[in-house]
Design a binder for this molecule. Structure first.
Ligand code: ADP
Ligand code: MG
Length: 491
C-alpha cells in the first residue's frame, strides 16, 4: 500500500451456536444432512405457524458474551429484518437490531512475533456488540438451476461485530484466530469454517494517515476461511488505494470474494438500515434476562486461552514454545490439564503432548496434520502421567519411553502393561552389564586414555555399544557408576 493511507477494518463474524434444536422451532440441525430433511412448518413459515423461543440459544450467546467481556442486556428482544430473497421463506429474518444481547467487550490478540519461538505483541480489539439472529437457508447455483436447502434456516447465529479497530490483514488474521480459540474454549460453537459454522464479513476503508475520520467502506460478504479474509482485505486495500490515487471516490458497496480468481466483485450498492424496515417482532415476547443465571454463567466460565498460557508460563515454568502450541488447541490443553492432575510433572507431560502426541496424531490423520482429535484415538491422559512416572522412577529409559508411547497410542494399553508384556523395564542385571562394560573398555583404549586425562565425556563412547546390546534397557545410572568403577580399578 502506498504509505499515504491507513487501512481501517471492522469484522462481522457469524457463529452457529451448538443448540440441540433451532432457535424458534424443535427441528434439529446437523451439517451435511440430506437437503431439506431438517425442516418443519415453522422453519418453512407455513401459514398459521408461530415461533417458540429456544432458551438455550440465549444461554450460549450470553456465555459467549461473558467470555468476551461484554455487558449482558436486561432483556432479549427480537426485530424483523425485512427482505425478499429465496433463502428466507418468511421474507424476514429474526434478529436483534435495537437491543443486542451482548454489548461492548473485547478480544485479546497476539501479533506474530519475529519468529515462531518468540512471543509477539498483545493488544485488545474492541467489540461493538454481539446479537442473536437466525441463519438463512443455503442457496447453491448450477449452470441451469438455483437450489435451496432450508436445513440451515433457523439455526441460531451469534453475530459478533467489532469496532473499526483493526488496521491490517495480519491483525484481522490474529483477531480471527484468537476469537475462534476463545469460542472453542467457551464451548458454544465448533467454529468449523469449512462447515459454515463460522463466517466472516470484512468492512474495509482507507483514510489519510494521521487523520481520524473514517473513509467510505466496502463490505466483503461471507468469507469462509481465514486465508480468504486475509486475501480479500489485501485485495481491497490495493483496489481502494488505486481508486483514491486516481482521485476517484470509493463507492459504499457490498462485494463478494472469488477465491479462484483472487478478486472481489461488486454485488450491490450497500443498503442502509432503513431499507430493511426493521420493527419489533409481534409474535415473540421480550424475555427478561435472569441476572442470577448470568452470575452463575460468569462464575463457571473457563479461563481464556491467553490467560491459561500466561499461567502455564508463570506457575508451571513452561516455555513459550510449548505453551503457545498447547494453548492454541483447547483439546490439547484440556488433555494436558487431565494428565497433570494425575501426576505432577508439568514439563515432562507437556513435552510428551507437544512432541510425541502431536506427531502420532499427525501421522495417523488422513490429512497429515494434527487435526485428528484425541477422542478419536485410544489415547488417555492417564497414560501420559503413568509414562512420565515410570521414566522418572527409572523403570524405563527415555529411549524406551518413545517406543512405549507409540505402542500405547496404537493399542490403547497402559504403559505399565506394555512394559510388562514386552519385558522393557531397565536391566539392573549386574553380571551382564559388567561383562558388557569390560568388553567396551577393552574395545576403546583411546576413550579410556581421554577419560583418564580428564575428559569425562569420553566415557559416553562406551555406552553406545552397551545400550545397543541391551536394546536400550541398561539402566543409565547403574551403567555410569559401573563404568567409572571399572576404569578406576584398571590402575
Ligand atoms: P452494517 O450492519 O450496516 O454492516 P455496522 O455499522 O453494524 O453496519 O458496521 C458493520 C461493521 O463495519 C463493524 O464491524 C464496523 O466496525 C465496520 N465499519 C463501519 N464503518 C467502517 C468504515 N468506515 N471502515 C471500516 N469498517 C467500518
Ligand atoms: Mg454488515
Amino acid at each position: 500500500m502506498s504509505n499515504k493511507y491507513e487501512a481501517v477494518i471492522g469484522l462481522e463474524i457469524h457463529v452457529q451456536l451448538k443448540t440441540k434444536t433451532k432457535m424458534f422451532s424443535s427441528a434439529p440441525y446437523e451439517y451435511g444432512a440430506e437437503a431439506n430433511s431438517l425442516t418443519d412448518p415453522v422453519v418453512l413459515a407455513l401459514p398459521g405457524t408461530l415461533p417458540v423461543l429456544n432458551y438455550e440459544a440465549i444461554e450460549l450467546c450470553a456465555k459467549l458474551g461473558l467470555m468476551l467481556g461484554c455487558e449482558i442486556a436486561d432483556i432479549c428482544k427480537w426485530d424483523r429484518k425485512n427482505y425478499f430473497y429465496p433463502d428466507s421463506p418468511k421474507n424476514y429474518q429474526l434478529t436483534q437490531n435495537e437491543e443486542p444481547l451482548c454489548i461492548g467487550g473485547s478480544v485479546e490478540i497476539e501479533m506474530p512475533g519475529p519468529s515462531r519461538n518468540i512471543e509477539g505483541k498483545h493488544r485488545f480489539v474492541s467489540l461493538n456488540r454481539i446479537h442473536l439472529e437466525e441463519d438463512p437457508g443455503k442457496l447453491s447455483h448450477t449452470a441451469f438451476d438455483s437450489l435451496i436447502d432450508f436445513n440451515r434456516a433457523g439455526v441460531p447465529l451469534a453475530e459478533i461485530v467489532t469496532e473499526p479497530n483493526l488496521y491490517s490483514s495480519d491483525e484481522a488474521v490474529a483477531f480471527l484466530n484468537s476469537l475462534k480459540n476463545l469460542i472453542l474454549y467457551s464451548g458454544v460453537s465448533n467454529c468449523d469454517m469449512e462447515k459454515g459454522q463460522m463466517r466472516c464479513d470484512a468492512n474495509i476503508s482507507l483514510r489519510a494517515k494521521r487523520t481520524s475520520e473514517l473513509g467510505t467502506r466496502s463490505e466483503i460478504k461471507n468469507l469462509n476461511s481465514i486465508s480468504n479474509v486475509k486475501a480479500a482485505i489485501e485485495y481491497e486495500i490495493k483496489r481502494q488505494t488505486q481508486i483514491l490515487n486516481s482521485n476517484h471516490l470509493v463507492a459504499q458497496e457490498t462485494r463478494r470474494w472469488d477465491a479462484n480468481k483472487m478478486q472481489s466483485f461488486s454485488l450491490r450498492s450497500k443498503e442502509e438500515a432503513h431499507d430493511y424496515r426493521y420493527f419489533p417482532d409481534p409474535d415473540l415476547m421480550p424475555v427478561v434476562i435472569d441476572r442470577a443465571r448470568i452470575k452463575e454463567l460468569k462464575k463457571a466460565l473457563p479461563e481464556s486461552p491467553l490467560d491459561r498460557q500466561r499461567r502455564y508460563q508463570k506457575d508451571l515454568d513452561l516455555p513459550y514454545t510449548i505453551t503457545s502450541v498447547l494453548c492454541a488447541n483447547v483439546n490439547l490443553s484440556n488433555f494436558f490439564e487431565k494428565a497433570l492432575a494425575q501426576y505432577d510433572s508439568p514439563k515432562a507431560i507437556a513435552n510428551y503432548i507437544v512432541n510425541d502426541l502431536l506427531r502420532e496424531l499427525a501421522s495417523n490423520s488422513k490429512t497429515g496434520d494434527s487435526s485428528l482429535s484425541i477422542e478419536a484415538t485410544k489415547m488417555k491422559a492417564g497414560f501420559i502421567s503413568e509414562l512420565v512416572e515410570v521414566v522418572e522412577l527409572g523403570i524405563i529409559s527415555k529411549q524406551i519411553a518413545k517406543e512405549v508411547f507409540s505402542e500405547m497410542f496404537q493399542s490403547g494399553k497402559n504403559p505399565k502393561l506394555i512394559i510388562e508384556e514386552k519385558g522393557l523395564s531397565q536391566s539392573n542385571d549386574d553380571t551382564m552389564i559388567k561383562a558388557l562394560c569390560l568388553e567396551a573398555i577393552a574395545n576403546n583404549p583411546k576413550a579410556i586414555t581421554q577419560y583418564k586425562d580428564g575428559n569425562l565425556k569420553a566415557i559416553n563412547a562406551l555406552k553406545g555399544p552397551i545400550m545397543k546390546a541391551t536394546k536400550g534397557k541398561a539402566n543409565p545410572l547403574v551403567l555410569d557408576t559401573m563404568l567409572q568403577d571399572l576404569i578406576e580399578s584398571l590402575d
